[in-house]
Design a binder for this molecule. Structure first.
Ligand code: FES
Length: 86
């Protein structure tokens, strides 16, 4: 059995100020729209020790750097095997 996907969004001050504030809203909207909220473990982190590469988001332990709302959707579609749509 597969474990639930785990998404960690860095809410440290650097990542938060550089985009994860908006990315969190995009992420929550994406999960709701795709009915995934109950199937995903969503956590926040204080700092991933990689602020220069931020905003950072980890999906199943894989770090995604310099995430903005567009690349976040691409990353989520890929992670959940969904076709990208406008
Ligand atoms: S604040 Fe996100 S990596 Fe440091």
């Amino acid at each position: 059995m597969n474990a639930e996907p785990r998404i960690v969004i860095c809410m440290g001050s650097s990542c938060f100020a550089r985009g994860n504030r908006e990315n969190l809203e995009v992420l929550e909207r994406f999960l709701e729209e795709h009915d995934l909220r109950a199937h995903v473990e969503l956590a926040g982190s204080r700092c991933e020790d990689d602020c220069r590469e931020g905003p950072n988001i980890l999906i199943n332990g894989v770090a995604h750097h310099r995430i903005d709302s567009e690349s976040l959707i691409d990353v989520l579609n890929a992670a959940f095997g969904l076709a990208g749509k406008g």
